[in-house]
Structure formats: C-alpha cells, structure tokens
Design a protein around this ligand. Structure first.
Ligand SMILES: Nc1ncnc2c1ncn2[C@@H]1O[C@H](COP(=O)(O)OP(=O)(O)OP(=O)(O)O)[C@@H](O)[C@H]1O
Length: 244
C-alpha cells in the first residue's frame, strides 16, 4: 500500500475512529447515519456489531472497509489514516488488506468457484490458490462447480473462500447468515471462527442475530448512529455451542 498520512502513533488497534460522522443526502432530506463514533478494534479479534435496523452498522463497516467516505472525523488502519487517503490509496488498501462477505454472496454466475476466487486473487500480493482457499471452507471438491449448482450455504462458503484467499488482515461480514437457515448459518459462522484462529484475521460481523454475539471477543451495540455499549466477552463460544 502507498504511504498516506501518519498523524498518530501506532497502537495495537487495527482500527481506530475519532468523532466519525456520516450524513447522507442534502437539504431537508439529511440522514445522520453516524453521529460521532469513537472506537478501537484490537488486532485479531472477532467483533460483532448489533443494533436496530437503520442504526448505522453497515455505514460504519463500509467506511472502515474503504467502500464509502466519512463526512467528518477520522479513521486509522494501523498507523495509516484512511480518511486522508486518495481514491487510489483506498483501492490499494482494499486490495491488499481487506476481504468482504455480503448477505447475498455476490458470486459471478457465469464463473466456476475456482474462477470466482481467481478473479480477486489475480492482483493480490500474497494469495492462496483457489483449491487451498476452498479447502479452508470444506469445499475443495466443488472447485469446478458454478454458483447455480451450489446450495445457498455452499455459495456463501465460496464467497468466504474468495474473501480469505487474499489472506486479508481483516474480514468484513455484513449479515453473512441473513439469507441462510439457522443450521447452515451456524456452519458459516464456524468457518469464520476457524479462519480467525488459523489465519489470525480480524473479523467484523454485522448481524441482526443477537446470539452471534456469543462467538465474539467484543460486542458493539449500536443505536441511532452511536455506540450505545461495548461488551467484552470473558469467554468466546464456538458457534456450534451457542444456543440459537
Ligand atoms: N446511500 C444512502 N443514502 C441515503 N441514506 C442512506 C444510505 N445508506 C444508508 N442510509 C441511511 O442511513 C441510516 C443508517 O443505515 P445503515 O444501513 O448503516 O444501517 P444498519 O444499522 O446497517 O441497518 P440494517 O440493519 O437495516 O442493515 C439509515 O437511516 C439509512 O436509511
């Protein structure tokens, strides 16, 4: 990644925000999606963001993930200020450091599982090959299958393999189990928990499923564009041990 602004000293936080605000729209149609968020996320943790619909969770994820711009305030990734980066630097940040997993998988329907993964690893600095990535999610035998030949849970596992193939420092997961039944969703969360252990990736999960909080190191409760409460779990449960 290219150098950007180094205004503050390094801490063990992978992300830090100060006074982060986001306003959508203009004139009388203003929406205050983030109203001043101060946050530190330590390296290597699983962090779950919970909160009512419209409280700003996805907005926060998108800004930290370099997909959207803040209106005010600052965000640091390690010692680099994301909010001071140019578009080109943000592209490099996403390419080199970040993986995304969305609710609806976002796989290319005309490409096989292998090709979907190779599409994103072709420019990556250090990547697993498609088969290795699919092995991580238990789908190595489906490497030549197309999305339409896979169940929803399997498609989400391919999407996770695609996100982790770049060996990102951080995985952003926006409602990763929102389109899945609970047993399949539990399997997907187990994959994320295993990836956190094996690759040491920091994982941020936005979800409506409150029980997911039990698999986290840290739970951020959001309300009305602000952090309402942060809870640190003494014990992190395996998704298979959680009472859903
Ligand atoms: N592109 C946009 N333009 C205008 N308003 C937006 C835009 N994106 C989000 N909003 C508004 O910002 C607020 C926060 O939305 P956000 O999607 O971050 O909430 P959320 O907590 O993730 O909600 P959900 O759980 O329903 O996904 C909402 O009022 C939403 O309508």
């Amino acid at each position: 990644m290219e150098d950007s602004h180094n205004a503050t000293p390094r801490s063990n936080a992978i992300f830090r925000t100060e006074g982060l605000k986001k306003v959508y729209g203009e004139g009388t149609a203003l929406v205050h999606a983030l109203r001043g968020v101060d946050l530190e996320i330590p390296e290597g943790e699983i962090v779950v963001l919970l909160g009512p619909s419209g409280s700003g969770k996805s907005t926060l994820l998108n800004i930290i993930g370099g997909l959207d711009y803040a209106s005010q305030g600052q965000v640091w990734f390690r010692d680099r200020e994301l909010t001071a980066m140019t578009d080109r630097q943000l592209v490099a940040y996403r390419r080199d450091h970040v993986g995304f997993v969305f609710q609806f998988y976002n796989l290319m329907p005309t490409l096989s599982a292998r090709e979907n993964i190779e599409l994103v690893t072709v420019n990556a600095r250090r990547s697993l090959d498609a088969r290795e990535a699919l092995e991580l999610v238990g789908l190595a035998e489906r490497v030549d299958h197309f999305p339409a030949e896979l169940s929803g849970g399997e498609q989400q596992r391919v999407a996770i393999a695609r996100a982790v193939a770049k060996q990102p420092d951080v995985l952003f997961c926006d409602e990763p189990t929102g389109a899945l039944d609970s047993a399949t969703g539990r399997g997907v969360l187990k994959m994320l928990s295993d990836i956190n252990r094996r690759l040491n990736s920091t994982i941020l999960i936005v979800t409506h499923a409150a029980a997911t909080a039990q698999m986290a190191d840290r739970v951020i409760h959001f309300a009305d564009g602000r952090i309402h409460e942060i809870v640190r779990n003494a014990i992190r449960k395996d998704p298979e041990e959680i009472d859903w």
